[in-house]
Design a protein around this ligand. Structure first.
Ligand code: 5AD
Ligand code: SF4
Length: 483
């Protein structure tokens, strides 16, 4: 079954308004939800609590901050505890194990709800964009109160009102939307750093990937809106921004008169108060020479690039529809390292793609050795319904895939350990992100390269930058000393 061909009209709202009007409508809904939450407060004799659980990527983490902002404005006290009066799962579906985790945890929520029938359970995010998931939840999990998708997240205040007023499950999932609604409330997880969406969706259709189906077609935000958001964040004490998109290198395509991604970076760089700029994710096929120039010349863009390769075999890359081959990727990497010799590069790799053979895995392993990644996220291929790869025959047994995966992982770890050695004894600037989990006399900071360093400090240092001497190499992180 093709996801694109699925008819969602039964669930589709038709009252789409231009974004300013839509924003006003949702503001009004926040007021209405606030009254309902107040009623709940009187009934419970305490402030109702809400817990948002994020699965998946940085985009979802940013969406969760918006959901939390709305919940807080409606009068909920935010909590990390799933015993809360309202639990919202912001789901991921990039691999099937993400779905299975959600199903498992929903079982636990159901048990809690049996004891506290007032509890509300809501689901949103990528997983519920899949028709088979909606089917399963609506038929077997009637205890779920609200389901909404990735395209109408800005309607959350209105959906909250509907959920709080209803005594049955509300399902509102759209197939797509051209709409980008700006300026909804946001509750940031960190005071000093923030993600900033620069685009939504993806047009690449890598054959294994469900993202273009669940996040829709690529839509870039206007650069003036992005810059206004960055300026506001800076005024609010944020010094590090991460520009977010499925393929940031194609930012601006399809928007009349819009700037390119490197030009956008240059504009973000001009914002006073912003000290570090990161971005994610870069598709190698769209990474321009201009971006390399802008990165190399920049004082603020961090010396770290996440550049997913997926496979080291040109044959597999072709089947994946990645639009580059091994040579093209390695050439790009060489140009990046020529311009920025100290650049940290991380990647994503899939093992077990249909049609992949043990020889192809050997090619991936040899690419990892050649590329010398600072780190790599390795995944076993997971078939996603509706994607072209899901109907391609596979060539390897589970054992061969597992064996290849483990061999790859050990090479990834070996090269990462080697790469990290270049930092030994250096003094680098660290942004303190929080207290150390294990030692209350230590703080944890992040370097521009994305490496973590633990050093002596206290809470007053959180959100500030310190030069730190990187003394002890612990393999994947350092223990250091403030200079
Ligand atoms: N199976 C396994 N890994 C996948 N990814 C995307 N789709 C799949 C899939 N079907 C990986 C890719 C991508 C990362 C975010 O997730 O490596 O870069
Ligand atoms: Fe998926 Fe490819 Fe788009 Fe990344 S670029 S989200 S892997 S389709």
């Amino acid at each position: 079954m093709s996801l694109l061909g699925t008819d969602y009209s039964a669930y589709t709202s038709t009252d789409r308004l231009p974004s300013a009007e839509e924003l006003a409508r949702q503001e009004e809904m926040i007021g209405r939800a606030g009254e309902l939450v107040l009623g709940l407060k009187e009934k419970l004799g305490r402030v109702p609590t809400a817990c948002v659980v994020t699965f998946g990527c940085q985009m979802n983490a940013r969406d969760s901050e918006k959901l939390c902002g709305i919940l807080e404005r409606c009068g909920y006290a935010l909590s990390e505890d799933e015993e809360a009066d309202l639990v919202l799962y912001n789901t991921c579906t990039v691999r099937d194990n993400a779905n299975q985790r959600v199903y498992g945890r929903l079982g636990h929520l159901h048990a809690m709800k049996k004891k506290h029938p007032e509890k509300r359970i809501a689901l949103c995010g990528c997983m519920v964009q899949e028709p088979s998931v909606i089917e399963r939840i609506t038929t077997t999990m009637p205890f779920v109160d609200l389901i909404f998708g990735t395209h109408n997240i800005y309607k959350f205040p209105e959906l909250l009102v509907r959920m709080l007023e209803a005594d049955h499950m509300i399902v509102d999932v759209w197939k797509d939307t051209p709409e980008i609604v700006e300026d909804l409330p946001v509750k940031r997880k960190y005071a000093f750093k923030s993600g900033v969406n620069i685009m939504f969706g993806c047009n690449n259709f890598c054959t294994y990937c469900i993202v273009p189906y669940v996040r829709g077609r690529e839509r870039s935000r206007a650069s003036k809106d992005i810059l206004r958001e960055v300026e506001r964040l800076a005024a609010d004490g944020v010094s590090e921004v991460m520009l977010l998109g499925q393929n940031v290198n194609s930012y601006g395509k399809g928007l009349e008169g819009e700037v390119s991604f490197p030009q956008l970076l240059k504009e973000v760089e001009k914002v006073d108060g912003i000290r570090r700029i990161r971005f994610m994710t870069s598709h190698p096929k769209d990474l321009s020479p201009e971006l390399i120039e802008v990165m190399a010349a920049s004082e603020k863009i961090c010396s770290h690039l996440h550049l997913p390769v997926q496979s080291g075999s040109s044959r597999v890359l072709k089947m994946m529809n990645r639009c580059y081959d091994r040579e093209g990727y390695m050439d790009l990497l060489a140009r990046l390292k020529d311009a920025m010799p100290d650049l940290s590069v991380t990647t994503d790799i899939i093992v077990g793609f249909p049609g992949e053979t043990p020889e192809d895995i050997e090619e991936t392993i040899s690419l990892v050795r050649e590329a010398q990644y600072d780190n790599a996220f390795t995944f076993i291929y997971s078939p996603r319904t509706g994607t072209p790869a899901a109907s391609m025959p596979r060539c390897m047994s589970d054992e061969e895939i597992k064996d290849g995966f483990e061999r790859l992982l050990s090479v990834v770890q070996e090269t990462a350990r080697m790469r990290v050695r270049r930092f030994e004894g250096r003094t680098e600037e660290a942004l303190v992100e929080g207290m150390n989990d294990q030692d209350p006399a230590m703080v944890t900071g992040r370097l521009g390269s994305n490496l973590l360093v633990h050093f002596a400090g206290d809470e007053s240092m959180i959100g500030k930058y310190y030069p730190v001497k990187l003394r002890e190499n612990k393999g994947f992180y350092f223990v250091g000393e403030r200079e």
